[in-house]
Ligand binder design. Structure first.
Ligand SMILES: [Zn+2]
Length: 528
């Protein structure tokens, strides 16, 4: 027997959750040819995995890498974690399908999260978008059909209901996206234009998604909650599943510093809905705080008309007082206690890493004023993260909760990575090794089970055929890691540091990471 590549001497943890077995893996072309005793085989390349784990490549179901992958397809922060497939467009924040007019506009609006990829790209369809990634990135890329673009293509950046002809247009755009390979439909109801929607709109759109047997991936509503008879949140998501028949996937559903230790409470409505027959899965990431862009602080009316109108209103001194009052009053999350992660061109870079409260104090300025000024100076190209709790006890409890959630067979991992900016949230560099290494060992979680949660579970939920488990005939998306040493090294104060204990990563049969070094190979494909 002759192979392009053989991985010898490792313990194969195949992704099904079954106990690992000592076996060699023979690869020809893009696929696994055989798994077993292959010591007689010859090969172009042999990777010695003695003492190491050989598992399917990890799948990240929530990655805001849409822009970063277009800027640098090598994508070191993801591939070095062992992530071989990323699902982009979570929260419906994405750049396709968008007309030649809408693409630069929404790119501008989303630059705080997606960065600044080239303005001259064809993003007019999911098919065109897939071509921009196919064999140009180190990892495979799957995409959701995003609620943001679908609404823009139907009615522009306007706060109008999707009914009648507008709804028909939106359903048509969504249907085409799903026909062209979108792996689900994603919305984020603290973002815009998504939050202009009503629950009825979501139900109507999700009836199309259900026809394709694809899931809805949802970031729960906390903006415009009056547009949902259920008041947004978990109840609205469940109602959409109930009325449309769509499978529902809950994005970053976990305890927070304020609810640490209370896993039972957050799961109660989920388990009630599942008992009723609604098909639900969930994802989490192993950090106590999140990351976003400052648009999320502002009331609905500020977003109407798109980014230029937004900046005009921010710069208008005659309404600044009202804007700041509403920021403080609304329940969208107050800006205090956050840290700048990215300050784009035009802004004062010395504020990167600074707590908002301190940055505001510098000028003797109000915190809201500081945020508005930064958004104007950078033309919206700025982002922030939360600050972790002062009490390490609380932080540890949130991490323990994450591993408790991952004990459930309906859970998987979504990093929510935002790989943009000078000091990004550490999840962009460390999410998967933190779960598979550090936290698994700390809480005595079974290795085979954690591998199942980050491979087979997401592949099956999002229809990534041939990438779920290691078996002959499947794609050779493989990570080789050291079970005792795999760990994240990125931290809140020094985030852009690669993990350790992951010597080899293989994508479609090609070696992307070799002895912890990037090879430069861009063998990732648009999937499924
Ligand atoms: Zn997200």
């Amino acid at each position: 027997m002759h192979f392009d590549l053989v991985i010898t001497g490792g313990t194969v943890v195949d992704g099904t959750g079954k106990p690992g077995v000592r076996a060699d893996v023979g690869i020809n072309g893009k696929t696994i040819d055989s798994i077993g005793e292959l010591s007689d085989a010859t090969a172009e390349r042999v990777i010695d995995a003695t003492g190491l784990i050989v598992s399917p490549g990890f799948i990240d179901v929530h990655a805001h890498s849409d822009g970063a992958l277009l800027v640098d397809g090598q994508h070191a922060n993801g591939i070095r974690q062992g992530i071989t497939t990323e699902i982009i467009a979570p929260d419906g924040l994405t750049l396709a399908p968008l007309s030649a007019e809408n693409y630069p506009m929404y790119r501008h609006y989303l630059s705080g999260i997606l960065g600044l990829p080239s303005e001259n790209l064809d993003m007019s369809s999911i098919e065109a978008s897939r071509a921009n990634y196919h064999q140009k990135t180190s990892c495979n890329v799957a995409t959701f059909a995003g609620h943001g673009p679908i609404r823009l293509e139907a009615v522009g950046f306007e706060d109008v209901p999707l009914t009648g002809a507008a709804l028909d247009r939106a359903r048509g755009v969504l249907r085409e996206a799903l026909e062209q390979g979108a792996c689900g439909f994603a919305t984020g109801l603290s973002y815009y234009p998504q939050s202009f929607s009503t629950t009825d709109e979501l139900i109507e759109l999700c009836k199309v998604v259900a026809e394709f047997d694809r899931p809805l991936s949802i970031h729960l509503r906390n903006h415009n909650v009056d547009r949902s008879p259920q008041g947004g949140g978990v109840a609205e998501a469940i109602e959409v599943g109930r009325q449309s028949g769509v499978k529902v996937h809950f994005e970053h559903y976990r305890t927070q510093p304020g609810s640490a230790g209370d896993v039972a409470t957050i799961l109660e409505p989920i388990d009630r809905a599942k008992a009723e027959g609604i098909d639900i899965t969930l994802e989490t990431y192993p950090y106590p705080v999140g990351s976003s862009f400052p648009q999320a602080f502002f009331p609905s009316w500020m977003h109407e008309g798109g980014p230029e109108k937004f900046i005009e209103r921010l710069a208008d001194r005659s309404i600044r007082g009202q804007v700041i009052e509403e920021m403080k009053a609304v329940m969208y999350g107050r800006p205090a206690g956050n840290v700048w992660t990215w300050i784009g061109p035009g802004g004062d870079e010395s504020m990167v890493g600074m707590l908002f409260d301190d940055a505001a104090g510098l000028d003797g300025d109000d915190l809201g004023e500081m945020v508005c000024d930064m958004m104007v100076a950078t033309s919206l190209a700025c982002g922030f993260r939360g600050a972790p709790p002062h009490s390490t006890r609380v932080w540890r409890q949130v991490e323990e909760d994450v591993m408790e959630l991952l004990a459930r067979p309906d859970y998987m991992v979504g990093s929510d990575a935002i790989p943009v900016g000078q000091l990004p949230h550490p999840r962009a560099y460390g999410c998967f090794p933190r779960v598979v290494g550090r936290l698994r060992r700390r809480y005595g979680y079974p290795l085979e089970q954690v591998v199942q949660r980050v491979t087979q579970n997401p592949a099956q939920r999002f229809g990534l055929q041939g990438r779920d488990v290691l078996e002959a005939g499947n794609f050779a998306d493989i990570v080789v890691f050291d079970a005792e040493h795999i760990t994240d090294r990125s931290s809140f104060e020094d985030p852009a540091v690669f993990p350790e204990g992951i010597p080899h990563v293989i994508v479609n049969g090609r070696v992307a990471v070799d002895n912890e070094r990037l090879t430069g190979v861009l063998a990732g494909e648009a999937v499924p």
